[in-house]
Design a protein around this ligand. Structure first.
Ligand SMILES: *Cc1c(COP(=O)(O)O)cnc(C)c1O
Length: 339
């Protein structure tokens, strides 16, 4: 089976497992796991931030960030496609008691101007606009990305207006291999960043939240109350360290393959439209009258798995376990598919 459902489906390679089994560990609830500490420091340092926090998932790092940045009756501003709005079970309401102020951006991206217009004036009857969350790359936006040129004006606005700025950087490295931008410059633009190790980077578990010391020390308390205080988590952090050293550069291959699949799909008679392919995600709409579930069934008959992203919409995500041979076979299947 060729699995294009997500880049979360990757399994650790034998070298990663070896690195995990050799990890020096301690009790991370006491901050005494040397491998967790090293991973947290390494990612923080990479982006010029003071501290990091290793968590089981990207949902947890985002939820903790929202919690630290806001108080009940505040609101966060984000694009309507955002993961924090769409796919975190309305956790912003449950965990933080805040509202959400949605912007309809372009392929998941919002601008300084749109944010400025969305910030609410202060009245007793209005939520307080406290936090902006942007996503890079934008998952539901078809893997689109912001460049630093687009982020910096947003960052300046947030500073001017006293709003926090959080980056959901689940797939940030898929962006950075495209733009070749400096991690420290990216870090400067945000108050906090969440990065997933379990997506394209290929670790089995884990995300890291980075920010300043005060932010991370508050974040640690919320990680604990969410049940995310883990003990000998160094075995997992070791996978993250291995991924940072070995699996970042290769993300370019995933991006390039996705772009090529996008090109090929554009020429197929069953495709109505396709979101611009910028990183490792391909989202396309089927011609009117075609149904996503039926289309996926056909693909599955040719041993390709993908996910529905709407009644007529399909998503493919490329990743390290989607190898050259699978790539070639997928192209063949897509160009010969009888619909
Ligand atoms: C995957 C993802 C997350 C975090 O998801 P988990 O499955 O909880 O690790 C956050 N944001 C985006 C954009 C994602 O794609």
């Amino acid at each position: 089976m060729i699995n294009l459902i997500s880049d979360t489906v990757t399994k650790p390679c034998s070298k990663m497992i070896e690195a995990m089994s050799r990890a020096k560990v301690g009790d991370d609830v006491f901050s005494a796991d040397p491998t967790v500490n090293l991973l947290q420091e390494r990612i923080a340092e990479m982006f010029g931030m003071e501290a990091g926090l290793f968590c089981p998932s990207g949902t947890m790092t985002n939820q903790i960030a929202i919690k630290v940045h806001t108080q009940a009756l505040d609101e966060m501003i984000c694009d309507h496609y955002s993961h924090v709005y769409q796919y975190e079970t309305a956790g912003y309401g449950f965990n933080s008691g805040i509202g959400v102020n949605l912007i309809a951006g372009e392929n998941g991206k919002i601008t300084r101007r749109q944010i400025e217009a969305a910030i609410k004036p202060v009245h007793d009857w209005l939520p307080i606009s406290k936090l902006v969350v942007i996503e890079n790359s934008c998952n539901k936006g078809g893997g689109s990305y912001y460049t630093l040129d687009e982020i910096q004006p947003i960052s300046a606005l947030c500073k001017e207006k006293g709003l926090g700025l959080h980056l959901d950087g689940a797939r940030l490295f898929n962006v950075l291999v495209e733009t070749q931008e400096d991690c420290k410059e990216v870090g400067k633009a945000f108050d906090s960043i969440s990065i997933c190790l379990s997506k394209g980077l290929g670790a089995p578990i884990g995300s890291v939240l980075i920010g300043n010391k005060q932010f991370i020390s508050r974040a640690r308390r919320f990680r604990k109350v969410l049940g995310g205080g883990m003990r000998q988590a160094g075995y997992l952090a070791a996978a993250g360290l291995y991924a940072l050293e070995n699996n970042v550069e290769r993300l370019k291959t995933d991006n390039d393959r996705a772009k090529e699949l996008g090109q090929l799909l554009k020429e197929q008679n069953y495709v109505e439209s396709i979101r611009p392919v910028k990183t490792n995600i391909v989202i396309f709409d089927l011609k009117e009258g075609l149904n996503a579930q039926r289309f996926l069934k056909k693909l599955e008959n040719s041993e390709i798995l993908a996910s529905p992203f709407g009644p007529e919409t399909i998503r493919f995500v490329t990743h390290k376990d989607f190898d050259l041979q699978m790539f070639e076979r997928t192209k063949k299947v897509l160009s010969e598919l009888e619909i």
